[in-house]
Write a new protein. Structure first.
Lengths: 447, 322
């Protein structure tokens, strides 16, 4: 029997993908008049607005940009007048300055959005175009893709992995994309491979998505340096380091990036987006969003323009069946719980999961019974119970020593704790405190 | 629910992910599983030793639950007997008593286990020794006569291990079949290897425990007993000796106690290896005929040390990163 490709540790949460994984993606035009475009939709430096209140903007017009390397511009997805520039709550859970555009319904396009032939472009031009089109990692972290495709010069990249794992429960937007738009995903990978001619392209997905496996497999030509790699269905299979290990058997060294072991990992959606921007000449202006959870009447997958209000999606999904216990941007394992529903869709929004009261299974903390499950399930081989104790005792030196800062916050420990301890939550707090200490030290050093 | 109504006004308090927890993993469920796994041993105890075994078990469980509730009430804490851990301790203690123990033995033992061994150290998860074994050691030291009255079918006599240790003692050794089924003298819950194996299999199936501790523990005892032998090398029957005494009860139910076993699998195997070596050495060369309780207690005390040095290898490298 062939060894099943996987990693050590991890958990098996219920998938809960059933109610949306077979639903076709539906195009949803924005209904509410004003669309918000936050200037921070990525990791890195936020953009500066390039427009003023009262300006008319067009579809595809760049409305925010930054000169920093780790940053990408923001484009308008509609045409209309800039109403105001003010901070809004984003699905990332933070406030960001946003450009509010009033939709005039004309969808007048900016000039110059013409398809590009990749054959005519140099690698530098390709990277430049990817940045200018505002492509970011669609897995949730929203790391600017162009920066990712520019590894340190001493790294020999031999694997480009397309992360189609989508290991978060409820979310199916990537799965639907693979089934319906497999060609675009593979085309996107081919474009990336132009930048790394010596690399092999690997589409990796979990074995619980046979429809997507077939769809992607059909796109691969014989003799091509591409393959579909099926990995075991397990959470967090979609975590970058876990996926690299499952596919190549390589471990990314602590505190290092995947390029260290010759790999670059891109999300499915990112790959499709790369294909799309060259094929249409249009920047990133839309995405597919899953709206699911027991509190929603008709869960589904919708393609929306960026900036569309959550309420539009909710209306399209038939509204709430019951008042949700919580609404999450992203999946239940790593998603952000929203404090207000008045948020726009941004580049990194993979879905909204509205948990019905009966799906809210958070219990009061009991106690640690030293069962060791957290240690068993930690994919990074950390000791969550010890980090938890160190963080509660505010022993931050010990916390750093026990590699607390390497925690990727996947939440396997909290999930599997019979004592219902808030393990990863406490570790997250610990990390935050350590970062504050670092900042303080830096300030003192520069003084 | 009408979507037009006050959607803008819905606000939540933010929560930190993960936002779902499995309902089938919790302390009460773990404890319930242990109780279910002990049921075969409990039934075997009643089958072989009669109603007095049932009495001991009832009194042990009662004493533990009541003393835990009372202590927590007095200490002003939250009463948490509903988690089932006190019941498990009480049942394990009773299963570690001889059939002819007087009625007050499980009561005194239960109070000692809960108050002194468990609550004095901070309650569930904080104790450094297995409460049931700690109490058994206390009872054995305080009332050695009452704690070593063995009888089966109304005939009192020595346990099989005592017979093996001192061949001049009067009594007939059970056959391998009798030892496996439990037809022999001993503590009420330890005699039936079959019942304990069934329970152990259930714990493994439910993933309450993993194979590491029981396999390494029993394996070490069998291998070492076979190697060293009672009358020179390779003279003992390892299968027979494994069925005697409290090895199965200890290996599946006592050494696997979460609070008093290491956190990592490697640590657990070192711990179980230590238990196995100590048990064999005590059985073959020690003053006692049986060594499971003391071996586990001694290794319990070494757990903090094991946990300090046996740590998992972090993904992507060793310690001492920049």
């Amino acid at each position: 029997m062939k060894r099943q490709r996987t990693f050590r540790g991890g958990i098996h949460p219920p998938h809960n993908k059933g109610c949306t994984e077979t639903k076709q993606i539906v195009d949803l035009p924005p209904k509410r008049e004003i669309l918000f475009f936050p200037m921070q939709q990525h990791i890195g430096a936020p953009c500066e607005p390039l427009v003023k209140v009262g300006d008319r903007v067009l579809v595809g017009e760049k409305i925010g940009d930054s000169s920093a390397f780790v940053s990408v511009p923001v484009h308008s997805s509609i045409s209309g007048k800039v109403e105001k520039i003010a901070p809004v709550l984003t699905p990332m859970g933070t406030k960001s300055l946003a450009v509010a555009v009033k939709n005039d319904g004309l969808y007048e396009q900016v000039e110059g959005m013409i398809p590009r032939n990749v054959d005519d472009l140099s690698p530098e031009e390709i990277r430049r175009f990817i940045r200018e089109a505002g492509v970011v990692g669609k897995g949730g972290a929203c790391f600017p893709t162009a920066a990712k495709l520019t590894p340190p010069p001493n790294c020999e990249i031999d694997h480009i992995l397309i992360n189609c794992a989508e290991c978060e429960p409820y979310l199916t937007c990537d799965q639907r994309l693979m089934v319906e738009y497999a060609q675009g995903i593979v085309e996107g990978l081919r474009i990336v491979l132009r930048l790394f001619p010596r690399a092999r392209g690997v589409l990796t997905l979990e074995d619980n998505k046979p429809d997507a496996i077939e769809a992607l497999g059909n796109q691969i030509l014989p003799g091509e340096n591409l393959e579909v790699c099926v990995v075991k269905t397990k959470y967090p299979q979609g975590a970058e380091k876990m996926l690299i290990y499952s596919v190549t058997g390589r471990e990314v060294p602590l505190g290092k990036l995947p390029s260290e072991v010759g790999c670059i990992v891109l999300n499915t959606r990112t790959s499709y987006q790369i294909y799309d921007i060259f094929a249409t000449g249009r920047p990133v202006m839309s995405r597919i969003v899953t709206i699911a959870g027991g509190a929603v009447a008709r869960p589904g997958n919708f393609r929306v323009r960026l900036g569309t209000s959550f309420f539009d999606l909710l209306d399209a999904a038939g509204g709430f069946r019951v008042k949700p216990a919580m609404v999450l941007a992203g999946g239940p394992m790593m998603g952000v719980s929203l404090i207000s529903l008045d948020v726009p869709v941004i580049k990194g929004t993979s879905g909204f999961v509205c948990l019905a009261p009966e799906e809210d299974t958070i219990e009061e903390e009991r106690t640690c019974i030293r069962c060791g499950r957290c240690v068993d399930v930690c994919p990074l081989g950390l000791m969550p119970y010890r980090l938890y104790l160190l963080a509660t005792r505010r022993d931050y030196a010990g916390f750093e020593n026990a590699l607390g800062m390497n925690c990727m916050e996947c939440g396997c420990c909290s999930y599997s704790c019979p004592g219902k301890l808030h393990l990863v939550q406490t570790v997250r707090e610990g990390k935050r405190s350590v970062r504050e200490i670092w900042k303080k030290k830096e300030r003192e050093a520069t003084r | 629910m009408n979507p037009q109504v006050n959607l803008q006004d819905i606000f939540y308090t933010g929560a930190s992910s993960p936002h779902i927890r499995p309902e089938n993993i919790s302390i009460p469920i773990v404890m319930r599983d242990v109780l279910i796994a002990l049921a075969p041993a409990g039934i075997a105890a009643i089958w072989f030793f009669g109603l007095k075994a049932a009495n001991l078990m009832a009194l042990g469980v009662l004493a533990c639950i009541l003393s835990e509730a009372l202590w927590q009430k007095m200490a002003g804490g939250k009463i948490s007997v509903e988690d089932g851990s006190a019941a498990v301790t009480g049942l394990l203690l009773a299963l570690n008593l001889p059939p002819d123990a007087p009625w007050w033995i499980p009561l005194v033992g239960g109070v000692f286990a809960i108050v002194v061994v468990k609550q004095f150290f901070g309650g569930l998860g904080q104790n450094i020794m297995n409460p049931a074994l700690g109490a058994r050691a206390f009872l054995l030291a305080s009332w050695p006569v009452q704690m070593t009255r063995w009888s089966i079918d109304g005939v009192s006599g020595a346990t099989a291990l005592e017979l093996l240790k001192n061949p001049e003692t009067e009594g007939i050794l059970p056959s391998l079949g009798e030892a496996f089924l439990g037809q022999m003298g001993g503590c009420i819950g330890e005699t039936s290897a079959l019942a304990l194996l069934l329970g152990g299999a259930y714990l493994l199936y439910r993933r309450v425990i993993t194979w590491h501790i029981p396999t390494v523990y029993i394996g070490t005892v069998m291998l070492l007993t076979f190697l060293l032998g009672r009358e020179g090398f390779f003279t003992a029957n390892p299968f027979y000796e494994a069925c005697l005494g409290g090895l199965f009860l200890g290996a599946f139910f006592m050494a696997t106690d979460y609070a008093t076993s290491p956190m990592t699998k490697q640590g657990e195997m070192i711990f179980a290896l230590g238990c196995g070596i100590l048990t064999t050495v005590i059985r073959l060369y020690g003053g006692y005929a049986e060594g499971v309780s003391y071996s586990i207690l001694i290794m319990n005390l070494l757990v903090p040390l094991i946990d300090r040095f046996v740590i998992p290898r972090p993904f992507g490298g060793g310690y001492g990163h920049e």
